[in-house]
Design a protein around this ligand. Structure first.
Ligand code: SME
Length: 163
């Protein structure tokens, strides 16, 4: 699916508005909610935070909760994005041996690292419901969103209680 600049540009302004109004986990939750509702091809949006050798789900929006609230960096497409320090786009999850299944309807996935002060502190994870849901325009857009979220993810890790 193509995400044209005329949709990406106002969405990035909206993310700016969210992170100027909210901090930490509430900011992450609002960004998940906004992305899911702004883009019909983003039916499940989550943000994981790096905690030691794991990824911990800090915020999400979608029809169902995932069982994968803590994922070792050694595993999954989520872990792969951190290990390889890059965005990962999977056209068809059924042909990717790294894929950790969450939802029956998921057919594609995109994971984009969130970098803060040079370190990966978290990632945006979006599941799509058709093969090849995500293309380069989604990747470019979500990398810009991720660039705005580093401080909020760091703050989220400092908030208690965690869970
Ligand atoms: N599919 C991911 C696990 C997280 S769920 O998509 C929410 C993976 O393979 O790492």
């Amino acid at each position: 699916m193509t995400l044209p600049d005329r949709a990406a540009t106002p969405a990035l302004l909206q993310v700016d508005a969210i992170v100027s109004r909210l901090t930490g986990r509430p900011a992450l939750a609002e960004v998940c909610r906004f992305l899911r509702h702004a883009f019909a091809h983003y039916p499940w949006v989550g943000i994981y935070r790096v905690e030691g050798s794991d990824l911990v789900l800090d915020a999400w929006d979608g029809a169902q909760a995932t069982e994968h609230t803590r994922i070792p960096i050694a595993r999954g497409i989520c872990g792969q994005a951190v290990r390889e320090r890059r965005s990962v786009v999977v056209d068809d999850v059924r042909s990717d041996p790294n894929y950790l299944a969450c939802f029956l309807e998921t057919r594609a996935e995109i994971v984009v690292p969130i970098v803060h002060n040079g370190a990966i502190v978290g990632e945006i994870d979006i599941d799509g419901n058709s093969v090849r849901t995500f293309d380069d325009s989604d990747r470019r857009f979500l990398e810009k969103v991720a660039a705005k979220l580093g401080a909020a993810v760091e703050r989220s890790g400092a908030e208690l209680p965690v869970g």
